[in-house]
Design a protein around this ligand. Structure first.
Ligand SMILES: *Cc1c(COP(=O)(O)O)cnc(C)c1O
Length: 463
């Protein structure tokens, strides 16, 4: 299987190369040149299998050139062994026709662990084979950073630097990044927003001299290996609700479009997904784009669902590439307009293609709080604010007889202030991280300045 760039101007890579590279050299994102499909019988055979077995069957065709069966199976076993729930991604019922897919039983209590834990294992395998070292730099709105640190802490061939927007992540998120004591972990609190962090990261990737000198690698949600790992739970959830004999819809609290795009790949593989519903908070660029056809940047408005506080939704580029029929030149042109003019218009044909798969909804701050409160009363489920955004939009999009599955992307204890404000209940951290608030923090405050960041990273990395 070959991977090609959404902008059509970078070399084709294998899975392993695309994983270690992250962003393509033409600024694009890697996508599979063709998506492998599963037959109805193959999908039906997934029913009742352990999560790890489904993960193997779904991921294997994408990685076969890079990893053997034994390597992939070993990586999957190790990745999910530390989860706090044997089903890994359990499904609970909220109401008639509406289900919640709990993706918060990993070590950092957010769905990012599903991808990051296995990426840690796969990076380690690939680097050991090549006797290589790399420097991972990530930008985070909160959850990616802690998941990356958790996945890479203490690994021999990797140094990890995580940029997060100073003062704009929750205290639990910050402490999960600043309390690991391993010398290869560096938490950097940057002045600015998440988009600023993400932009500096992109600048580093486009600065080839630096990129090659430090062996820069990315694990942000643009990394294809992350998208792939997230495809798996669409299969486990859909099959347990009757797929392939029945269509299923999903609602996904969306920021960078990685999680929902994994659903699109599942659909391309043959899973009968009816609608993929984009749920946004007040930072609603995706909802506005799907509604109006114009993708237009506005300022970021901090919200109580901070992991979705973004205005540039990186993985949307992959969705556009499919909607434009794989036309890399057209995608490159849109991205150029975004950079120079702050927005672009999606062509009529591409907009229709997007609307065939995606629907969308936007949720205000008050509605988020209201949903946390009412859902606790209706079903007894305590939702994190991101999951509440999803549940609100999911409720609006239920179309019987198609079941709706809303993805619960974080544990409520990760956002205790918002949950307490809505319900009066302060959710407790699971036992295994109960001492988080007593552990010493280690963090470096940095300016939004590319040259200074690069100098710091080069100085601190192990050589
Ligand atoms: C990252 C994150 C999201 C957004 O996911 P994307 O893949 O960026 O769309 C939603 N909720 C939580 C809790 C997250 O950590």
């Amino acid at each position: 299987m070959r991977y090609i760039s959404t902008r059509g101007q970078a070399p084709e890579l294998t899975f392993g190369e695309a994983m270690l590279t992250g962003l393509a050299r033409d600024g694009g994102l890697y996508v599979p040149a063709s998506v492998p499909t599963m037959t109805e019988a193959e999908i039906a055979a997934l029913a009742g299998l352990p999560y790890e077995e489904v993960a193997y069957r779904v991921m294997a065709p994408f990685v076969a050139e890079t990893f053997t069966e034994a390597e992939l199976r070993g990586a999957i076993e190790a990745a999910y062994a530390g989860f706090g729930h044997i089903a890994r991604a359990p499904l609970v019922q909220l109401g008639s026709g509406h289900f919640l897919l709990e993706l918060f039983h990993g070590p950092t209590l957010a769905f990012k662990d599903f991808a990051m834990q296995i990426i840690g294992q796969l990076f380690q395998l690939a680097l050991a084979k090549q006797d290589r070292r790399i420097t991972i730099v990530g930008a985070t709105s909160g959850d990616t950073g802690s998941a990356a640190i958790e996945a890479f802490r203490g690994l021999d061939n990797v140094d990890v630097f995580i940029l997060f927007p100073h003062g704009r992540v929750s205290e639990v998120q910050r402490r999960q990044m600043t309390t690991p004591s391993e010398g290869n972990v560096h938490a950097l609190a940057m002045d600015g927003t998440f988009d600023d962090c993400q932009n500096r990261l992109k600048d580093m990737f486009n600065h080839f001299e630096f990129r090659d000198a430090v062996g820069l690698a990315g694990v942000n949600s643009i990394n294809w290996a992350r998208v792939l790992a997230q495809v798996v739970y669409y299969f486990t959830a859909a099959v347990s609700l009757g797929a392939p004999g029945r269509k299923i819809s999903f609602t996904v609290p969306t920021g960078n479009f990685g999680d929902i795009f994994a659903g699109f790949i599942a659909k391309q593989m043959g899973l009968p997904i009816d609608k993929l519903v984009v749920a946004t908070n007040q930072n609603d660029i995706l909802h506005r784009c799907l509604t109006s056809g114009r993708y237009e940047m506005e300022g970021v408005k901090p919200s109580i669902s901070p992991s979705m506080d973004i205005q540039i939704s990186s993985n949307f580029e992959r969705a556009l590439w499919f909607a434009y029929g794989g036309d890399g030149a057209a995608v490159a042109q849109l991205m150029e307009e975004l950079k120079t003019k702050g927005g672009f218009a999606v062509s009529q044909g591409a907009l229709e293609a997007l609307r065939e798969t995606y629907a969308s909804g936007r949720v205000s701050e008050e509605e988020t709080t209201d949903t946390i409160r009412t859902e606790l009363a209706r079903s007894g489920e305590l939702l994190c604010p991101h999951s509440a955004v999803g549940v609100r939009v999911g409720n609006d999009h239920i179309a019987p007889p198609v079941p709706m599955v809303t993805l619960a992307t974080a544990h409520p204890a990760k956002f205790p202030d918002a949950v307490e404000a809505a319900t009066g209940i302060r959710p407790a951290l699971p036992q295994r991280m109960a001492d988080l608030f007593e552990r010493p923090e280690r963090v470096t405050r940095v300016a939004n300045d590319l040259a200074a960041l690069e100098a710091l990273i080069d100085e601190r990395r192990r050589k």
